[in-house]
Structures are given as structure tokens and as C-alpha cells.
Write a protein that binds this ligand. Structure first.
Ligand SMILES: [Zn+2]
Length: 252
């Protein structure tokens, strides 16, 4: 680290649990953020300000006026621009040392798998179950940790999955695909602006802890926030031995 970096990251370096070594791991680390919206905005801002070396920001949408109520990566001046490009501008303004790759198409298939294989941690900040399950499959197959967040109306959710560890559940164990869970879109149901900030910031916290090797992340636990009462509760869940994603065929 040079003098500028020692200053910029001094408040992390002061923390015993991070220190010089942990901050260096952050500088050498990388993350894929799927979705540059309400959750991806605060997550990306914190990962960039904290100095994560490489951030891949993927979003196929463009900035709309209805996004600006909560998607704090974007600005009035960048309306109609691809969100991934708008986000890259915002991150460069906070920390030009961070390498940001903007993906302006919806990630799927081999492109998704290749990106997941090439990053230390994935943050699922998207708004639909098809993408969530595709991201989960890629994370399980590439053994890349996944920090999943969701926010709708006044309700927030957070869960961390780490398929590098044996017998830990994946996203599909918790929310099986085809369970007729309807996509609840903010466009239809509404969402409380700071709720996305709370959950997205928590996703950044868990991702940074994973990269820095600081503390522990809670696996097999779904955190639920009721934003109206501001009460948290958590639900434990286990590995589903019949899960087709994380259990190899013939093994249970
Ligand atoms: Zn599973």
C-alpha cells in the first residue's frame, strides 16, 4: 500500500479484525454485483469506498425517474443511461483506484458462470427469481460465496450461502424453483427507500467480511427485517438433501 492508500483506508486498518492484512485482501479482492438498483447501489458504493480491487457491476436496465427515489448510484443527469455505466461513473468519483467493469446486458448462461468463477464473492441484488436461481446455480457450480438480499414494501431479507463449505444450504434449498413464488416488483408493490439502503449495506458488510477474512457470516440463517416496527428476526434453514442444485445426482 502506498501513503495515499494507508490514509484512505486508515479507519479500516485501525480495526484489529481487518488491519493491514485484511485491507490488502480487500484491495486484491473482487465482487460481482448482479443488479445496480436499490440494493446494488449502496452495496457497490460501500465496496468501492472500502477499496475492493475489482467490481463487476451488471444490470441490463437504464436509469428511470422512478429509480431515483432509492437507487443512490444514479442521478438526474444520468437518466436514460444504462445503469451499469451510470454506476461506474458514481464509483469512480468515490474511489478512482477501483477497477469497475460495467455489464449492460442481463447476465445469463456461460457469461454469468465465467464471471462468477472469476470473482471472490457474488452479491445478488436483482429483482426476479429467474436471475436469482441462475446466479445461485453459477455460485454453487463455481464454489463462490453468495450474499443474497431482497427488499419489497417494508420487508427486507438477507442470507449468505457458501458452497465451499460442506453440507451448507444453497438458495434453492431455501426457495425451491417452481414453488410458484411470484415476483413482487417494486413497480407494482412499492418499496420504502431506506429499506433498500439497509439491506444493500448489509450485503456489502457480509461481502467485505468474506473477502477480508474478518468475523463470521451466518450460514443457514435467513434474516428478516420488518421496516415498520424495525424489528429483526432470523429463521434457521438447512441443506435440502434432495436439492437438485447443490446435491450431486445420486448423493443425498
Ligand atoms: Zn441446494
Amino acid at each position: 500500500m502506498n501513503d495515499g492508500q494507508l490514509l484512505r483506508y486508515s479507519r479500516h486498518i485501525l480495526l484489529d479484525e481487518i488491519g493491514i492484512e485484511g485491507q490488502q485482501r480487500i484491495l486484491d479482492g473482487s465482487a460481482l454485483i448482479v443488479g445496480a438498483g436499490g440494493l446494488g447501489s449502496p452495496a457497490a458504493l460501500y465496496l468501492a469506498s472500502a477499496g475492493l480491487g475489482r467490481i463487476v457491476l451488471a444490470d441490463g436496465d437504464t436509469v428511470d425517474l422512478t429509480n431515483l427515489q432509492r437507487q443512490i448510484l444514479h442521478t438526474q443527469e444520468r437518466l436514460d443511461q444504462p445503469k451499469a455505466l451510470s454506476g461506474r461513473v458514481a464509483l469512480a468519483q468515490i474511489n478512482p483506484e477501483v477497477r469497475v467493469e460495467a455489464i449492460t446486458s442481463r447476465l445469463a448462461g456461460d457469461a454469468l458462470t465465467a464471471l462468477v468463477a472469476d470473482t471472490d464473492v457474488v452479491l445478488d441484488c436483482c429483482d426476479n427469481f429467474a436471475t436469482r436461481h441462475a446466479v445461485n446455480r453459477a455460485c454453487v457450480s463455481q464454489r463462490t460465496p453468495l450474499v443474497s438480499g431482497a427488499a419489497i414494501r417494508f420487508a427486507g431479507q438477507l442470507a449468505v450461502f457458501d458452497s465451499r463449505q460442506r453440507d451448507t444450504p444453497c438458495y434453492h434449498c431455501l426457495f425451491p424453483e417452481g414453488d410458484d413464488i411470484e415476483d413482487l416488483r417494486c413497480a407494482v408493490t412499492g418499496v420504502f427507500a431506506p429499506l433498500t439502503g439497509i439491506i444493500g449495506a448489509m450485503q456489502a458488510a457480509e461481502a467485505l467480511k468474506l473477502v477480508a477474512g474478518a468475523g463470521e457470516v451466518a450460514l443457514g440463517r435467513l434474516w428478516l427485517l420488518d421496516g415498520l416496527s424495525m424489528e429483526w428476526r432470523s429463521v434457521r434453514f438447512g441443506h435440502d438433501p434432495s436439492c437438485p442444485v447443490c446435491t450431486p445426482a445420486g448423493v443425498s
